[in-house]
Write a protein that binds this ligand. Sequence first.
Ligand SMILES: Nc1ncnc2c1ncn2[C@@H]1O[C@H](COP(=O)(O)OP(=O)(O)OP(=O)(O)O)[C@@H](O)[C@H]1O
Ligand SMILES: [Mg+2]
Length: 337
Amino acid sequence: MVTEKQVREELEGIMVPGVMRSLGGLNAIREIDIKKKKITIALATAAMSPIVQEWIKAKIIKTLGGLPGVGEIEVKYSEVVTGELSNVKNIIAIMSGKGGVGKSLVAGMMAVALRSKGYEVGILDADITGPSIPKMFGISEKPIGSSTGIMPVLSRTGIGVMSINLLLPQEDEAVIWRGPIIAKAITQFWEDVHWGNLDYLIIDLPPGTADVPLTVMQSFPISGVIIVFTPQDLTAMIVRKAVNMARKMGKKVLGVFENMSYLYIPELDKKIELFGKSRGKEMSEAAEAPLLGQLGVDPRLAALCDEGNIEQYDGEIIKSLGDSIPKIVTKEMKGKK
Ligand SMILES: Nc1ncnc2c1ncn2[C@@H]1O[C@H](COP(=O)(O)OP(=O)(O)OP(=O)(O)O)[C@@H](O)[C@H]1O
Ligand SMILES: [Mg+2]
């Protein structure tokens, strides 16, 4: 007789057409029941269209039919609230006290770093009025969806990307919604997006400590926040505001990240502190959290982002973030137990 484990292994690898993810990756397998020779499989429709559902059914019957000792195979679909199917282990929100410090770039880089270590990663662009994540990843396809929810668009390396920009009829359309509507959209990014099985979901917040960051912190089960800053004078106070907001919301600051720390001049082999002396140590102390990295101004990185090729960036920081983030998160989880 076949075992549930065998059946699950066979099923998990089946790729869902159009979304480049497997049934396992989508977390769509709800139940496997084996009674003598009959196997019954319950799948969640998981934003699959009826045609795709039929295709999957046929594929399953063919795949399992080849196993020894298998007779009848029944495949049932059920509609499950999309949010219930999302199995996201860690959600990290990327915050900054003010705009233009490179938060989106750092959020994108963190997703790339974690993906390069083999984790399942998603990135949510929660900056409704100034979305920039899809452009960095060179994505403009519309997400696939059905009445039960929508699926993130996969990047070239397999990072699930979701942004208001992907839902607008035209990429350059302005979103001129008022607060409550924006808040509703943010909530839907959690409840109606089929994130599937993810190790990490990175959320790129809009700058500051206003409405949207608040809504995100209330709507998503966030594991912690990472604060991005630059070494400019005023940022010290603004970073403290961000730290305080996270704390008030009961969210742990997992780390701080200094961007535009310096400009490296290769001809002179010299680092120039463009925006003043590094504040890394000071910020790390203020946030009572580790300094995750210091990134200089790197024209190559800026160009890769503009071209939609952030995934090609292979600076040292990618390796170090890919190592440090999982360590910090694991430590945090252990502390909570
Ligand atoms: N370390 C860096 N080296 C080179 N360019 C950078 C670096 N960090 C950010 N940039 C560039 O600076 C610009 C602003 O960065 P980004 O959009 O990530 O900032 P942000 O904090 O998300 O801004 P906003 O507050 O508008 O959301 C982008 O064009 C980005 O490519
Ligand atoms: Mg941004």
